[in-house]
Each structure stands twice: as structure tokens, then as C-alpha cells.
Design a binder for this molecule. Structure first.
Ligand SMILES: *Cc1c(COP(=O)(O)O)cnc(C)c1O
Length: 390
């Protein structure tokens, strides 16, 4: 658990420009009280149930279990409205923003998944939405840009630097500094200054809360032997691990190795990262010796981030969680493997979690839960290319 300054061990905190202090302080002072209000919980639970479609199933994957000689269950976050876990957090934050009296929402997005989840809840609540997105990402992710526009959001291109996610984040922060009173910034993962990592983890914790009850019902034991989740910033993993942090369950965080850890084209932050500050928190990040951020690379846009949330940096640093890195190629193979064995096309991010089954060992009566963070519709063009190559 985070301390009152926002630290997990030596990671976390709130390293922000003076101009953001009031916004972040307001959020820090009020998020826990608002989240514990009965009316807040009631409204959130109802929306998660009727709008998002929760609880998501915990599915026993029989053919996958036979292949790997284990009892493998999939937590089906791919079945959520908008196709991934990100909506759990945006529903929570929009309700919080309303209670803070905010009239306008801003967000950053890389591949567009968080932008779509944010634009969706803004449409739902009738609130103005501005999404910052790198100019290059706007070109690469045209369908999600169209979705956001159809939902009524304004998509603003970030044209500085590498014109990708970190530049979009910088633009969003600049906007927030200029509009401190009426605007709430919805961050899409367990990153950013305190209280964001803790707040987003709490909104995603519904994943492991449901898992406990579902495992108890299906296996007679609420604790599995292993939980596996992919990590970009780390929000789906934080949600899947949350209620198991103080148990004996093995927690496995799967990162994107891109073309290989030593290839110079990678996003395996726990291996390549060193301690530093990125987007307001002290964590592990990929940087040059003089502190310039190294551009990350992964075939999956959701894992293509140069840092990792401070919670995960701490879990890995203390040995509570294991990190495994998976290359583009291994993830693509795993996506086809899951599709052919279970009839489920996973998001490329989630496919990294499945590929880790090739790299771990266990006992054959072990129960393994894999968090299936999202569905693969958005990655179809990448999958089509793979079929043409083979
Ligand atoms: C965004 C995304 C991720 C990575 O983000 P986390 O915060 O690490 O969960 C993983 N899977 C899917 C499907 C995503 O859309």
C-alpha cells in the first residue's frame, strides 16, 4: 500500500511543476473520501454492472490447460464495453470528476484505447472531452480517432518531440496547468503523480475482487497459485494483483521485449530501466546516462511505454512480483495459439501474457489465472499481416 506521500518503498511520489500543485493536492485530499461515499459506490457499481457488463466471466480454458498441463483460467476483461479493462478506470474517474465539480475532461492517449474509453464516459455523462494524441499515433490509429470523434471528443494532435504518447502527455499536462479550476485530467494507467497510481489501482481492483469470489466458487479456493498479467503502465496488472498482494500467490508481470531486450528496440522497463522521474513519479524508466528518455518500442501500442507504474517497480524491486519479457514474435505466436485453442482473439498486449506460459514452470495441479486485458479487433491488421507472411 502507498504511504501518505504516495510512495511504494522508494518509488512513487508527486514530482510536479508548481503550477499543478493545486489540482493534484485537491485530488489527493478528496479521492479517498469521495470513493468511500455510499452514493458514489452505488452509482459506480450500477454502471459497472449495467453499462460495462461486469462481473466479467472467469473462464476455465480447457484446451489451453491440456496443452500446458495446468488449470488455466482466463479473466475476461476483453468482454467489457469498449473491449478492454480501461473503462473500469474511466467510469470511476468521471464520477469522481463530477463530484469535484469539474466541467471538462482531458486525457492523453497512445494507441487510442484510453482515449476511446474516456470519450465514451464523457458521452455518457454529457461532459466536454479533449484528447491529446501524438500526430504519428493519429495516423497509425485512424479507427480509434474516428471512434473518439464520433463520440463527440476533440482530438488534438501533439506535434512536438517524437509526436507519440509522451508528447501527448506533455500537452495534456500543459492544458491542465492552463485550466486548473474546471478541468479534470483522466490518466489511463497506474502512472503519474500521487494519487493517480493508487486511485487507478483502486478502480481496477474490481478485477481481483471478482476473481476471488469466482475462484472460490469454481475451485473451492480463492487464491490461485499464479496470476499473470501484461504490463504497459501496469493498470490491468495492478487490478489483477490488488487483492492478492499479501497472499502467497505468485504474481507475474509480463513486459514487451519488442525485437529483443538487447536490440535497442524494446520496452522491457524492468530489465532496461533505471531509477528516475517520469510524468510526475519516481520509478523505473528507460533513459540515457544523462537522463534523456529512450524511445521504447513494441508491436503492441499499449505496452509501448518507457516507464512502469511505481507500484510495479516496487513489487519487482522487492521480489514480490516476477517480470518476464516477451518479444513481438512470441506474442504473435501466442495470439494465434490462443485463437486456435479457445476461439478467443486477444489484444496484442494480452497475447504477451499468454506467451509467458512458454517461459514459466509450475506443478500440474496448479491454478493459473491469466488476465485477458482486451480483445483483438483493434489488432486485426497486424494479425492479417502475420498470416500473409506465414
Ligand atoms: C492499454 C492496454 C494495456 C496496457 O496498459 P496497462 O495500464 O499496463 O494495463 C494492456 N492491454 C490492453 C488491452 C490495453 O488496451
Amino acid at each position: 500500500m502507498v504511504n501518505d506521500k504516495g510512495f511504494y518503498g522508494t518509488f512513487g511520489g508527486a514530482f510536479i511543476p508548481e503550477m499543478l500543485f493545486a489540482n493534484v493536492e485537491e485530488l489527493k485530499d478528496r479521492y479517498l473520501d469521495i470513493m468511500s461515499e455510499p452514493s458514489f459506490q452505488e452509482e459506480m457499481n450500477q454502471l459497472l454492472h449495467d453499462y460495462v457488463g461486469r462481473p466479467t466471466p472467469l473462464y476455465f480454458a480447457k484446451r489451453l490447460s491440456q496443452k500446458y498441463d495446468a488449470n488455466i483460467y482466463l479473466k475476461r476483461e476483453d468482454l467489457n464495453h469498449t473491449g478492454a479493462h480501461k473503462i473500469n478506470n474511466t467510469i470511476g474517474q468521471i464520477l469522481l470528476a463530477q463530484r469535484l465539480g469539474k466541467k471538462r475532461i482531458i486525457a492523453e492517449t497512445g494507441a487510442g484505447q484510453h482515449g476511446v474509453a474516456t470519450a465514451t464516459v464523457c458521452a455518457l455523462m454529457g461532459i466536454e472531452c479533449v484528447v491529446y494524441m501524438g500526430e504519428i499515433d493519429i495516423e497509425r490509429q485512424a479507427p480509434n480517432v474516428s471512434r473518439m470523434k464520433m463520440l463527440g471528443a476533440t482530438v488534438v494532435p501533439a506535434t512536438s518531440g517524437s509526436k507519440t504518447l509522451k508528447d501527448a502527455t506533455n500537452e495534456a499536462i500543459r492544458d491542465w496547468i492552463n485550466n486548473p479550476v474546471d478541468t479534470h485530467y483522466i490518466i489511463g494507467s497506474v502512472v503519474g503523480p500521487h494519487p493517480y497510481p493508487d486511485m487507478v489501482a483502486r478502480f481496477q481492483a474490481v478485477i481481483s475482487e471478482e476473481m476471488k469470489a469466482q475462484l472460490l466458487e469454481q475451485t473451492g479456493n480463492e487464491d490461485p497459485d499464479i496470476i499473470v498479467a501484461c504490463v504497459g503502465g501496469g493498470s490491468n496488472a495492478a487490478g489483477a494483483f490488488y487483492h492478492y498482494l499479501d497472499t502467497n500467490t505468485r504474481l507475474v508481470a509480463v513486459e514487451a521485449a519488442g525485437l529483443g531486450i538487447d536490440s535497442g528496440e524494446s520496452a522491457a522497463t524492468s530489465v532496461l530501466g533505471t531509477k528516475g522521474i517520469i510524468h510526475g513519479s519516481r520509478t523505473l524508466l528507460m533513459q540515457t546516462p544523462d537522463g534523456q528518455i529512450i524511445e521504447p518500442y513494441s508491436i503492441s501500442a499499449g505496452l509501448d511505454y518507457p516507464g512502469i507504474g511505481p507500484l510495479h517497480a516496487h513489487l519487482i524491486d522487492t521480489g514480490r512480483a516476477e517480470a518476464i519479457s516477451i518479444t513481438d514474435d512470441e506474442a504473435l505466436d501466442a495470439a494465434f495459439m490462443l485463437t486456435r485453442l479457445e476461439g478467443i482473439i486477444p489484444a496484442l498486449e494480452s497475447a504477451h501474457a499468454f506467451a509467458s506460459l512458454e517461459k514459466m514452470s509450475w506443478q500440474s495441479d496448479d491454478v493459473i489465472v491469466i488476465n485477458l486485458s482486451g480483445r483483438g479487433d483493434k489488432d486485426l491488421s497486424t494479425y492479417i499481416k502475420r498470416m500473409e507472411e506465414k
